[in-house]
Design a protein around this ligand. Structure first.
Ligand SMILES: Cc1ncc(COP(=O)(O)O)c(C=O)c1O
Length: 434
């Protein structure tokens, strides 16, 4: 007997099916697929109710944007209050205080002792693009180093920095130039030794022409890959040796998900530049580039910006998100949630040989599904079947990894233990079926 999940029609139900017909007709086809065929009517915390009254437990958290869950009352109140005052000016035309307050908060939260300054944008890709512009603008260098399995977004530069060809790069070349890709050495997959990194780097590119190394401290889309011990430290060391900026893409792993506000804090590293987005404003389009003050402030006025950047609704939402993460100690909550998920996944791994690896930090936990423990051959179709079983039985969970054979949990950090356990039991049923 389920307490939170409530499935009363086939999935999708008749109302969702009706909207799907119009979607097929009017929505651009490349944007017409979705994890669940049901259309949402409303969300509350970690629960989503569809148009037909079916209720799901959402482990996708809006693809990692909803650290506080759907429609957190404090965030809703902050946005509503702001909307009644003004919704837009463009900060460079008529400035507003919340933009400044958010930059102040983020600069004080960022790791390390050096003074920071912050630029706000709309989405993750835009933050990454601007971090690269800033690094190039400051150093006068043109190269960028990225990693295998990386995902940095879909705009031209971010897409070029992203690893996976299909669907992200399709026939969209020519790509941005001077992007060099190193292996990402994780605990489960490592193609070279850490000591080989410098040699591989200097064979790829003269590091003295590289403006920055852009790295997800824990890779998101690429499979929740946790770096091998010593890997991030080595990257930082190479950055310092050759004058390259260490640019942390914390768009998926930041904002408390791993149990620290910034994932990179697990390694005691002070990045030169940090990108944030996703959970920053509870799903409103807002991103940030935090850098050592002397870096971004060295660029001339007007060299970065945009009409909608740092929208006042987003700034108010972000101030609330940060306040709640701190006041409700969601960092400890992330650790507790992560422990429940990891324990459950680990005991499933003992029962089901299809689970090759369980990994993650804090609430950023995933399992990798393989056809053989030794071969590590990706179990892609099986992963999709498990996801579909979950959807049909009231749990929304997302895939990850170049081969889509990783199940990742991006649940909101406010989920109750009871809800989480109910969702995990459905997931286990799905794995047992396979
Ligand atoms: C690590 C990382 N960087 C960048 C992006 C791109 O963000 P957006 O989709 O907001 O452009 C994403 C999105 O998933 C991401 O996970």
């Amino acid at each position: 007997m389920k307490k939170f999940i409530f499935i009363k029609t086939e999935i999708p139900g008749p109302k969702s099916k009706e909207i799907a017909l119009s979607r097929n007709q009017f929505v651009a086809k490349p944007m017409s697929s979705s994890l669940t065929p049901s259309f949402i009517a409303h969300g509350e915390g970690s629960l989503v109710t569809d148009l037909d009254g079916n209720r799901f437990i959402d482990l996708t958290g809006g693809w990692g944007c909803l650290a506080l869950g759907h429609s957190h009352p404090s965030v809703v109140a902050a946005i509503t209050k702001q909307a009644e005052k003004f919704t837009h000016t463009d900060f460079t035309a008529v400035p507003y205080a919340s933009f400044v307050q958010l930059c102040e908060k983020l600069s004080l939260l960022a790791p390390g002792n050096s003074q920071k300054s912050v630029a706000l944008f709309n989405c993750g890709a835009e933050a990454v693009e601007n971090a690269v512009k800033i690094a190039k603008g400051y150093t006068g260098r043109s190269g960028i180093v990225v990693f295998e399995n990386a995902f940095h977004g879909r705009t031209l530069l971010a897409m070029s920095m992203t690893h996976k060809s299909f669907p992200y790069k399709y026939k969209f070349g020519p790509f941005a130039s001077e992007i060099y890709r190193l292996p990402f050495l994780s605990q489960y997959h490592s193609s070279i030794q850490i000591d080989d990194l410098e040699r591989v780097l200097i064979n790829l590119v003269n590091p003295e022409t590289v403006a920055g190394v852009v790295i997800e401290p824990i890779q998101g889309e690429g499979g929740f890959n946790v770096p091998k011990n010593g890997f991030l430290e080595k990257i930082k060391e190479l950055c310092q040796k050759y004058g390259m900026f260490f640019i942390a893409d914390e768009i998926q792993c930041g904002m408390g998900r791993t149990g620290k506000f910034f994932a990179v804090e697990h390694w005691n590293i002070e990045p030169d530049i940090i990108c944030l987005a996703k959970a920053l404003a509870s799903g409103l389009p807002l991103s940030a580039v935090i850098s050592r003050k002397k870096i971004t402030d060295a660029l001339p006025i007007g060299t970065i910006g945009g009409t909608y950047v740092g929208n006042p609704l987003g700034c108010q939402a972000a101030l609330e998100v940060i306040r709640i993460i701190q006041e409700e100690d969601l960092l400890s909550k992330a650790v507790n949630i992560g422990k429940i998920i990891k324990d459950a996944f680990t005991s499933m791994k003992e029962k089901y040989p299809i689970i090759g690896d369980v990994r993650g930090l804090g609430a950023m936990v995933a399992m990798e599904l393989v056809k053989g423990q030794k071969s590590k051959e990706p179990a892609t179709e099986e992963t999709e079947k498990i996801i579909q079983y979950c959807v049909q039985n009231g749990v929304l969970i997302a895939p990850a990894g170049l081969n889509k054979n990783v199940l990742r949990v991006l649940v909101s950090l406010t989920i109750s233990t009871e809800q989480l356990e109910e969702a995990l039991s459905v997931l286990e049923e799905g794995i047992a079926q396979i």
